[in-house]
Design a protein around this ligand. Structure first.
Ligand code: HH2
Length: 303
């Protein structure tokens, strides 16, 4: 992977320097400006809308555009700020979906949600799909491959969408084979800062970038826990931080719950922990439960 070519000490030094830089007060996503610092800030809920036959916890449940739109409306009523539309499962071991097929799945849904004024994120690692969705009005590109593809960087630099830069070790097909790090928090932090700065060098404004350590993407349960425990350190890197743990396998492993749909309480607990430690966006399947937890949190903090 590309990060191996950059001296680690240099990256860590940069990371430390960045900690002293004040964060932007908003995350700018096209025409949407989400407050992420200061009195107007509140944790943002990104509702997951998978239009795939095979996603790990909700595959096939709202594949048809009409079902997907109805489900998006439900999540918006429940408190979602953003709808993240995905047409390719990136669960461990999954095969890549060709961009034409992925675009065929997501575009009708993206177009209609944009028409309704929704802040739409597209969850894709394919530049062709990202470009088509941004042209259709999507306000966020959520790239689980962290903008490694130069074509994806071109798309990012040529638009005003918000960007989610995620860390993934390798590719979904093989990432869980034997993930290894000397220091998972330092290595993931360094990667995220380096990719974010690469995007800034390509012309992307700092306040468009959000970072995500990629829980479950080439990480063991222990790696995931270390990253979650380091939320405050990741949140201090100078970019809004996303927590995306919803229903993931490590929650099942830690709580003996095989059925992903039954991992809601663990997911909400982990998201609430992360938000309390500085994360500002939560990507979740269970919007109502997460929004309820965040509202309670806010009430306690402002009492
Ligand atoms: N996880 C998944 C998909 N997209 N995006 C970000 N930024 N962070 C994540 O951790 C992340 C993501 C995997 O979850 P899901 O979409 O529910 O499943 P699948 O990939 O099987 O569709």
């Amino acid at each position: 992977m590309a990060q191996e070519t950059v001296p680690r000490d240099a990256i860590l030094q940069e990371t430390v320097t960045r900690e002293t830089v004040a964060q932007d007060t908003t995350w700018q996503c096209g025409d949407f400006a989400f407050p992420v610092q200061g009195p107007d800030a509140h944790p943002l809920v990104m509702g997951i809308l998978n239009v795939t036959p095979d996603s790990f916890s909700d595959g096939g449940t709202h594949n048809a555009p009409a079902d997907a739109l109805a489900y998006a409306e439900l999540m918006l009523e429940q408190g979602a700020d953003i709808i993240d539309v995905g047409g390719e499962s990136t669960r461990p071991g999954s095969d890549e979906v060709l961009p034409d097929e992925e675009a065929r799945r997501v575009l009708p849904v993206v177009r209609e949600l944009v028409r309704r004024g929704v802040c739409v994120s597209v969850d894709t690692r394919h530049a062709q799909v990202a470009r088509a969705c941004v042209e259709a009005g999507a306000a966020i590109i959520n790239d689980v491959s962290g903008f490694r593809d130069p074509d994806m960087v071109d798309v990012a630099a040529g638009c005003e969408a918000g960007l989610v830069v995620m860390h993934m070790l390798g590719e979904p097909k093989t990432m869980q084979a034997e993930p290894r790090y000397d220091d998972v928090v330092a290595e993931v932090s360094a990667y995220l800062v380096r990719q974010a700065r690469m995007l800034e060098s390509a012309g992307v404004a700092h306040n468009r970038i959000c970072i995500d350590p990629g829980v479950g993407f080439g990480k063991t349960t222990d790696h995931n826990l270390k990253l979650l425990k380091a939320t405050d350190r990741l949140a201090a890197l100078g970019y809004p931080l996303m927590v995306a743990v919803s229903r993931k396998r490590f929650i099942g492993a830690l709580t003996d719950v095989d059925d992903a749909a039954q991992r809601v309480a663990g997911s909400v607990a982990a998201a609430a922990y992360a938000v309390e430690h500085g994360a500002v966006v939560a990507r979740v399947h269970d919007v109502a439960q997460t929004a309820q937890a965040f509202r309670l949190f806010a009430a306690i903090l402002s009492a």
